[in-house]
Design a protein around this ligand. Sequence first.
Ligand code: KG4
Ligand code: ZN
Length: 344
Amino acid sequence: GPGRIVLGIETSCDETGAGLVRLEPDGSVRLLADAVASSVDEHARFGGVVPEIASRAHLEAMEPTVRRALDEAGIGLADVDAVAVTAGPGLAGALMVGVSAAKAYAAALGVPLYGVNHLLGHVAVDTLENGPLPRHCLALLVSGGHTQLLSVSGVAEEVTEIGSTIDDAAGEAYDKVARILELPYPGGPPIDKAAREGDPEAIAFPRGLTGPRDPKFDFSFSGLKTAVARWVEQARDAGRQLPIADIAASFQEAVADVLTDKAVRAATELGLDTLVLSGGVAANSRLSALAGQRCAEAGITLRVPRPRLCTDNGAMIAAVGAHVMATGVEPSSLGISADPGMPV
Ligand code: KG4
Ligand code: ZN
């Protein structure tokens, strides 16, 4: 039929993703299916992702998840024209499960294989929802594993890192603070919820790396986490009841403030008029509201994929594969390896 169907496989962390997209003859890319299986519950009691558990979960979930995506799209495996897979960055063992599976599918089908950068996926996924991106844009990727400002020139072509966290990722800070407050893992959603009842100005938590001599576009969240821990410890020592909502709202405000301030300043300085906000933390209600407000003030178009597409999934990898295919770049060899530390 018209258009080429790309199967995308994602296993860099704790989500097993299988997505299907179609590269249309006009170069646009359409979402057909997006199936995700998560091992998040298995990691919950450890307060973070356990690599060995993630790898085994991917191995078990891989084939059923691909099957679900095909069913959702109403097609068969034989209809797939290319396979794209996350080659990195991510957990080594977890990546290897996805890369091995992708090679097997590509070899069995006799179709090209594309090894894809996971971070690019978080940007490219926006095209499935909001159409083509301008030639140049800025992306703010905020998840449990990464916090980065990227300058993007064509989703399949050139990406430059403008800044990143020097310690904890934004989502990691949410998860650690949730632990301090004895809220469940992953910490983003319960903190977001608790913050709705709280006063964001109740406690003045520090804004990391915002001093005049600090790197302009890098982030730091470990000092913020320590400040929350110290505040909570003092309140507990004094026998005071913890104002969970106020702590959550004040912490959340500090994170959203620094992220949006640096992103808007980077876009302005680089002359980029579009900001793509993606990654699991992009689902945060305060972050998207503040980003919307500050982008509007600065004349920047804000693009945020729906929450389901912001978190790790296979469709975002299929999207990169489709865009790479559209540019005519050679596919990867079936000998590709996983690259856990893959740079952007
Ligand atoms: O992109 P993602 O699903 O996986 C990776 O880490 O790659 O992101 C998960 C992270 C977790 O740290 C989680 O706490 C955070 O995203 N998160 C949120 C929210 N929903 C998820 N953080 C803040 N507010 C939320 N509503
Ligand atoms: Zn991710």
